[in-house]
Write a protein that binds this ligand. Structure first.
Ligand code: C2E
Ligand code: MG
Ligand code: MG
Length: 622
């Protein structure tokens, strides 16, 4: 300070400077000094006058502002200040870098973003709530899509009205790009690149909203591969994946441009068809897709025969919501499968009530199994020549506590479809073995017990072990148990070879095998010869007609003759009249079963019937 003042009158007539000064109580003060040399008329210095001003506060403000503008200049966020007429006043470096626009250019050319959108949308929002945020995309000079996040605020003037706007912008392109990659991965199946379930559900939602139900319609095709599980189980997932890829290529190749194909899970596909002119379009597409999958798929040196079952549901006809649409297409698909695969099925309301009933029944079966409600009844099997009871067929009975007796024809198919048949069948087999053992222990000669076995039961890994275990546990003569398998199952079974092997193992255990409902399937003689079968049970629909219908009589005669050539025993099912009995005897049928001899009875009643000597009116003749 001295130094500055010393200049007064020598180097300068007037000095002005700022002096930082530490006050006695330790406060940093900034003092502004102003001094002037006074001279008399001769020019001789007579005095110095001046003033000192405490500018500590003002200096602090200026310093902060300097720092602040540095912050604004160096921040990564772009900033632009405009007045209420949208005239750009200031931009920072980041702004120019992000948008590629400098202040001069902005003033000269204006900014696309503002002129239109700003006045129409943003400004009104700003005046209402004082803030606007949003994303805008634009193409950069390199043609790449850039994503900018905007944050616009209002600066109020002294009167409290919007005076200026501050536009802040950040470049979120990199973030968005990695996000959209993640998004893509989350919405697409990594194997086929097709939209996954979540994405398909979203598309469906969008369409359902977009469609005016009075005018437009859409269809959902739900497609499930028929024999895919075999591929995966026998060759492993690697080949399973290759096959799925081949399938998705086939399907893709047969889609109209407006259809969207997706893969909701493993071996299931969905096709969304919008702007449908008529339901027939969807049916035609389903047919085309089934047709496309008909020729075997070649993957390297393997050939795969993969069929599919397709269910179709329509919006708005069948469903008001996406969930319902998917559910109903699914129901229809299951129906197509149940009807024998490789076909399409359009949903109907009736199916949906059937499904509800079925699910209820399924739950009841489960509960009945847990409570041990099932029983076995025994229907006598009679040697026709002698009238002697040679055994019995075990038939499951369900005396339902509140609904009365429920017929096996109703609950067995439901148990089969739901997989509960495995548990039910296991119980039947165990109970039959236990009953055979009890009779044996009581010294009763009741002959064999034939047990009906369903397909899914045979395919289970523990089927043979279970039977073997029972034989051992009860020390049971294996010939006291027989197994009945329906002809349809044996002939339509996709995993034929495996089934045949299991049945052979069954025969090797000493159990005899009978083909049930014979005549309703399509057995060929050559195939029958290869199966380890001992008995053919002639279906009751033919037996019924032997005395009145020449056709039926011819069929039964042919079956008996064929069985004889193959060395198989014959059992006529559903024998109800003396007339039928004598016809069958005359034709050389070995055994019979039917109401004429007796209905299925509880074990004790069955024993009483057998002990009475003859059954029904069919005593031994001659
Ligand atoms: P199925 O094995 O062909 O059994 C013969 C069916 O014909 C039985 O019906 C029997 O009661 C009935 N029947 C016997 N004689 C006559 C007759 O003279 N006239 C008429 N009209 N019917 C007669 P049910 O007990 O209702 O069983 C129906 C089907 O349910 C069985 O046909 C069998 O396929 C299945 N089933 C029954 N029990 C079991 C079981 O424990 N396991 C499995 N998997 N299926 C079973
Ligand atoms: Mg049977
Ligand atoms: Mg039968």
């Amino acid at each position: 300070m001295r130094h500055e003042l010393a200049r007064l009158g020598k180097e300068a007539e007037r000095v002005e400077f700022t002096h930082r000064w530490l006050s006695p109580d330790g406060e940093q003060l900034v003092i502004h000094l102003n001094a002037m040399q006074r001279r008399d008329h001769t020019g001789r210095a007579v005095a110095a006058v001046g003033s000192a001003q405490d500018v500590t506060e003002r200096e602090a403000i200026l310093e902060t502002m300097r720092l602040w503008s540095q912050v604004i200049e160096t921040t990564a966020e772009g900033m632009l200040l405009v007045n209420r007429d949208l005239r750009p006043l200031q931009v920072n470096a980041a702004f120019s870098q992000i948008t590629g626009l400098a202040l001069e250019g902005l003033r000269r050319d204006g900014w696309r973003f503002f002129d239109d959108v700003f006045r129409r949308q943003i400004q009104p929002a700003l005046e209402r709530v004082g803030r606007w945020q949003g994303e805008r995309t634009s193409h950069g000079a390199d043609g790449q899509l850039n994503y900018h996040w905007f944050n616009v605020g209002v600066l109020l003037d002294d009167t409290g009205r919007p005076g200026h706007y501050v536009v802040m912008v950040s470049d979120v392109s990199a973030l968005r790009r990695s996000q959209s990659r993640l998004d893509y991965l989350a919405r697409h199946d990594s194997l086929t690149g097709l939209p996954n379930r979540a994405a398909m559900m979203e598309y469906l939602h969008e369409q359902i909203i977009a469609i005016d139900p009075r005018e437009g319609a859409m269809a959902l095709l739900y497609l499930d591969l028929d024999r895919f599980k075999n591929v995966n189980d026998s060759l492993g997932q690697h080949w399973g994946d290759r096959v799925l890829l081949a399938v998705s290529d086939r399907l893709r190749g047969h889609l109209p441009p407006t259809a969207v194909l997706g893969r909701p899970e493993s071996d299931e596909f969905m096709v969304m068809m919008t702007d449908l002119r008529s339901p027939a379009d969807a049916v035609a597409l389903a047919e085309a897709l089934l047709e496309a999958l008909r020729p075997a798929l070649k993957v390297e040196h393997y050939e795969f025969a993969i069929g599919a079952s397709v269910g179709i549901a329509f919006h708005p006809q069948h469903a008001g919501s996406v969930e319902e649409l998917v559910k109903n297409a699914n129901i229809a698909m299951h129906r197509a499968k149940a009807r024998g695969r490789n076909r399409l099925q359009v949903f109907s309301e009736q199916m949906s009530t059937e499904i509800v009933d079925r699910l209820a029944l399924e739950a009841q079966i489960r509960a009945a199994l847990a409570r041990g409600e099932f029983q076995l009844h025994y229907q006598p099997k009679v040697e026709l020549a002698t009238g002697r009871v040679v055994g019995a067929e075990a038939l499951v009975r369900w005396p339902h506590p509140s609904q009365g007796s429920i017929a096996p024809g109703r609950f067995v198919p439901v148990a089969e479809e739901s997989g509960l048949i495995a548990e039910l069948g296991r119980w039947v087999m165990s109970e039959a073995a236990a009953q055979a053992a009890r009779w044996h222990a009581e010294g009763l000669r009741m002959g064999h017990i034939a047990v009906n076995v369903a397909g899914p039961q045979v395919w289970r890994g523990d089927f043979l072990d279970h039977i073997q275990g029972l034989l051992r546990r009860y020390d049971l003569e294996p010939s006291l148990l027989q197994v009945e398998i329906t002809e349809t199952l044996l002939m339509s079974d996709a995993t034929q070879e495996d089934t045949v092997r299991r049945l052979e193992a069954l025969r090797d255990l000493g159990l005899k095998l009978a083909i049930d409902d014979f005549g309703t399937g399509y057995s060929s003689l050559s195939r029958l010869k290869r199966l380890p079968v001992a008995t053919l049970k002639i279906d009751q629909s033919f037996v019924n007609g032997v005395c009145g219908d020449a056709n039926d009589a011819a069929i039964v005669r042919a079956i008996i003759a064929m069985a004889r050539t193959l060395g198989l025993a014959t059992v006529a099912e559903g024998v109800e009249t003396e007339e039928q009995l004598s016809w069958l005897r005359h034709e050389g049928c070995d055994m019979g079963q039917g109401y004429l001899f007796g209905k299925a009875l509880p074990a004790a009643a069955f024993v009483a019937l057998v002990n009475a000597g003859t059954v029904g009116t069919a005593g031994p003749r001659g």
